[in-house]
Design a protein around this ligand. Structure first.
Ligand code: FAD
Ligand code: SF4
Length: 470
């Protein structure tokens, strides 16, 4: 029942869902946040002011109807809230868990100014998880299926967002992925303490019941050729992500004991899910002094995975200060609680060691003039070199696009940095220079966020529907 008090936000402060204590959670690969109870979700949702101009909605990349579903939750209309969540978002339960809300919806909440933003992400997760547990499913019974079918390459958030909209409009999506499970980085990159894998398994079953077909463990370009797909389908969507690891460009990066972040995280997921990861593929940090280089989401995930693998110590070196870290503040705080040591304003200049990593040589930095993106450039402090001792180093400097060799042959244009060119503002949004092929997500915008990939996949599907005149 809706609490009859419009000044609820003064009497009821922001309360985040409870967390498993750090001492316990650092030993397990499980989500660290407990779910909201019904009364908690209702009273937190009721804190929303319903301000005339919902900044949260604008700042949310998929433009969720946030104040509307908060109101439905505060009134106890959970299933209506679930329906509304799905009108704008293909994976609300995932976004509720992994969006950096402090930089998006919650950062823009009017109450963020001193009162504490509404816990939008946790309510979004609550709505979807609870509705699914009650047996609610997206209703596609009204859909009239056309005779069109579209191939979707990549079952990450961009591909899934695209498949969702296609199915809802009666166009059969067939999704190809080289991995044995859907989700892309949601399954194979982001660790279980942020997103348990059962969430994606449940989503696969839901998508299948909506008429989406998955062809998993199938690599396009190897197991099946794109030329053949183009022949067989009315249009193609590519959401293949970015998988070229950025290097630091300093000496010692090739030493044994230095690993790229993603293969490290993937080997841990593979091992835990029982997919592959033979003993030689599995990278184990047990008992090691680990240094993680970088300050984004991937670096945080490496830090916290190494802690859970019982590393002797985990030190994260980042070249700017804490204020300027690119990732979610929530995850930095969680990493600190779990025992990660941060060294801010440190830039690596070499990895040292004879036949194996022995340490990372860093210099101190201070922030200087802003660069072209307005972020202050780190400048080196003279004479500040030091060595952080290490048995293993994880390099998490981000990703560059990985254009396939067949793009050129099929006239799929790319820009100077290798991103596929597929403009949002065009007659058919996200169409590439090959008219039958659309693209979106990290491979178009460069590595970014789950929610922006979902948005692009959904918008590209709208472009495909127009193109097919459905
Ligand atoms: P992907 O998720 O990369 O999916 C691409 C899919 O395409 C993959 O499944 C791949 O197997 C498949 N594929 C590629 N080539 C082929 C082929 N030839 N044939 C068949 N299949 C193919 N974002 C957040 O918002 N919050 C976070 O907390 C967060 N944490 C992150 C942590 C890590 C470790 C990493 C690496 C990223 C994180 N991100 C986070 C970013 C986010 O995961 C990505 O921006 C998002 O997954 C991009 O979606 P996508 O669909 O474009 O690509
Ligand atoms: Fe916030 Fe992300 Fe949900 Fe949008 S999708 S409301 S940004 S948590």
């Amino acid at each position: 029942e809706r609490l009859n008090n419009d000044f609820q936000f003064i009497e009821v402060g922001r309360v985040d869902p409870k967390k498993v204590p750090a001492k316990k959670r650092k030993k397990e690969f499980q989500e660290i946040y407990h779910p909201f109870k019904q009364e908690e979700a209702a009273s937190q949702a009721h804190r929303c002011l319903h301000c005339g101009n919902p900044y949260c909605e604008w700042k949310c990349p998929v433009h969720n109807y946030i104040p509307n579903w908060l109101q439905l939750v505060s009134e106890g209309n959970l299933l209506e809230a679930a329906e509304l969540c799905h009108q704008t978002n293909s994976l609300p339960e995932v976004c509720g868990r992994v969006c950096p809300q402090d930089r998006l919806c919650e950062g823009a909440c009017t109450l963020n100014d001193g009162f504490g933003a509404v816990t939008i992400g946790s309510v979004e997760k609550y709505i979807t998880d609870t509705a699914f547990a009650l047996g609610w499913r997206p209703d596609l019974s009204h859909v009239k299926w056309t005779d069109k079918k579209v191939a979707v390459i990549g079952a990450g958030p961009a591909g899934l967002g695209c498949a969702d909209i296609l199915a809802r409009n009666g166009v059969k999506p067939v999704v190809f992925d080289r991995y044995p499970e859907i989700g892309g980085l949601l399954t194979f990159g982001i660790p279980e303490f942020k997103l348990e894998k059962s969430v994606m398994t449940r989503r696969r079953e839901i998508f299948e019941s909506m008429g989406v077909e998955f062809r998993l463990s199938t690599e396009v370009g190897k197991d099946v050729l794109l030329e053949d797909i183009i022949e067989d389908y009315d249009a193609v969507f590519m959401g293949m992500g970015t998988y070229t690891y950025m290097k630091g460009g300093f000496p010692g990066e090739e030493l044994p004991g230095v690993y790229d972040a993603l293969p490290y995280l993937v080997s841990n997921v593979d091992r835990r899910l029982g997919f592959s990861a033979t003993d030689s593929e599995f990278i184990d940090m047990k008992g090691k002094r680990v240094v993680v280089l970088g300050g984004g989401d991937t670096a945080m995930d490496c830090n916290r995975t190494a802690i859970r693998q019982q590393a002797a110590s985990v030190t994260c070196a980042y070249r700017r200060d804490e204020e300027n870290m690119p990732g979610s503040r929530r995850e930095v705080a969680n990493a600190k609680e779990e025992g990660v040591k941060f060294m801010f304003n440190r830039q690596p200049i070499a990895i040292i060691g004879e036949d194996q990593v022995e340490g990372v040589k860093v210099v101190q930095t201070r922030l200087g003039e802003p660069d072209e993106n307005g972020r202050q450039r780190p400048e080196v402090v003279a004479g500040s070199e030091e060595v952080i001792p290490a048995d293993a180093v994880l390099v998490a400097f981000g990703f560059r696009p990985s254009p396939a060799d067949w793009f050129n042959k099929l006239e799929v244009g790319i820009d100077d940095s290798g991103r596929v060119t597929a403009p949002e503002e065009s007659e058919f949004p996200f169409q590439t220079s090959n008219k039958k092929i659309f693209a979106g997500g990290d491979m178009v915008r460069g590595s970014d966020l789950v929610v922006t990939a979902i948005w692009e996949g959904r918008q590209a599907a709208e472009g495909i529907l127009d193109f097919l005149d459905v």
